[in-house]
Design a protein around this ligand. Structure first.
Ligand code: MRU
Length: 365
């Protein structure tokens, strides 16, 4: 997608073909500096500190982290160490495990001397696939928006609520939840996106709003608590969010607060869609109860960073010194609250049967 009119992806290689370049997303919406990942430890830190974030991008950067590691040391021990270090960075997004298992399964049987080249090729393949998959999610999800648009008066926008950032900066390109939105916008369908601010890290206010603005998609940032009110007022036609892990039964983990939006949507008969690449399905988990929920530092809740009128970036405390802050980063929305899952192979009910109808090869898993 675009920044200042120029097409960009969220991860690419430097001219040496080995240094990994990506954006530091922690400075958005005020800045988006490029950072260079030169060592395994750089990739691990970028994921843990959330300089890069979003389930598919975490997987892509982890794959490149393995490539950086085997470049420095292609031994069996180093490969195992690299996968262990990267796997420990963030617990909820299963794309991390998926990417590491894919890299390890490819590289471990190879002689060490061949590992570097193959690792870079595989990480690049993961990125290319991610772009194609997200584009396909967009095409599969587009008819859901078109169907609402057909019921509208000319020029009246389809009003879509999204939570967190499941946009192109959370993937390699297109995003998951945003891919149908971008395709609809490019087709000339009138849209208006309600962007949940997404406390405590404000991925909606800082990242999704930035992305939509760069693409010219009309949007309004709303307080996290506003969604239910908007739904009751009939101001939301559909919700679409991303996910970090989907269990076999269709339960979905996503950014904290997603569950509350799904409850409000259910109560107001607003369709609630979850968009995902198949790498986000955890076929080993029967239901969402087994999804590990990341708990992050309470400081993320207590401190707010923003730009002052004279252009300085400042961080201020908004809670009393001494008050404890709890910071659960994700929640699980039960499948019964999800209208449908939107995948690269099509739209299906949020259930094991629904998922298997699109991915029958997983029946044996
Ligand atoms: O903590 P984050 O910013 O990595 O959480 C991101 C989300 O919850 C996204 O909605 C999810 O990863 C889907 S990204 C296409």
């Amino acid at each position: 997608m675009r920044i200042d009119g120029e097409h960009r992806r969220s991860v690419w290689l430097a001219e040496d073909g080995r240094t990994v370049l990506t954006f530091d997303q922690t400075r958005l919406p005020h800045a988006l500096p490029v950072i260079a990942l030169e060592r395994l430890e750089d990739a691990a830190a970028a994921i843990a500190e959330m300089k890069i974030r979003g389930a598919p991008l975490i997987g892509a950067i982890a794959a490149y982290g393995v490539a950086l590691a085997v470049r420095a040391d292609p031994s069996d021990d180093a490969l195992a160490r690299a996968c262990g270090l990267l796997a420990a960075t963030r617990p909820t997004a299963v794309n991390l495990r998926w990417a590491l298992e894919r890299m390890r399964a490819l590289l471990a049987p190879l002689p060490p001397a061949r590992r570097e080249e193959r690792a870079y090729a595989e990480a690049a393949a993961i990125c290319e696939e991610d772009v194609a998959i997200n584009r396909a999610i967009g095409e599969r999800g587009l008819p859901l928006i078109e169907a609402v648009a057909r019921r509208k008066r000319p020029g009246e926008p389809v009003r879509i609520l999204t939570h967190c950032n499941a946009g192109w900066l959370a993937t390699v390109d297109w995003g998951t939840a945003t891919a149908p939105v971008y395709l609809a916008h490019r087709k000339g369908i009138a849209l208006h996106v309600w962007v949940d601010e997404t406390r405590p890290r404000n991925q909606g206010a800082a990242i999704t709003a930035f992305e939509l603005g760069q693409e010219g998609v009309p949007h309004t940032v709303i307080a996290d608590n506003a969604g239910g009110h908007l739904m009751r007022q009939g101001l939301v036609d559909l919700c679409i969010v991303g996910t970090d892990r989907v269990a076999r039964n269709g339960d979905v983990a996503n950014k904290i607060g997603t569950y509350l939006k799904a409850l409000a949507a259910f109560d107001n008969a607003v369709p609630f869609y979850v968009a995902l690449p198949s790498s986000t399905i955890d076929w080993r988990l029967s239901d969402g109860a087994g999804i590990p929920i990341e708990e992050r530092s309470g400081e993320e809740l207590a401190l707010v960073t923003g730009r002052t009128a004279d252009g300085r970036i400042e961080t201020v405390r908004i809670t009393p010194e001494g008050s404890a802050c709890g910071n659960w980063a994700f929640d699980v929305t039960p499948a019964r609250l999800v209208t449908a899952l939107v995948t690269e192979r099509g739209v299906c009910p949020a259930s094991e049967a629904g998922l298997l109808s699109l991915f029958p090869e997983a029946a044996a898993a």
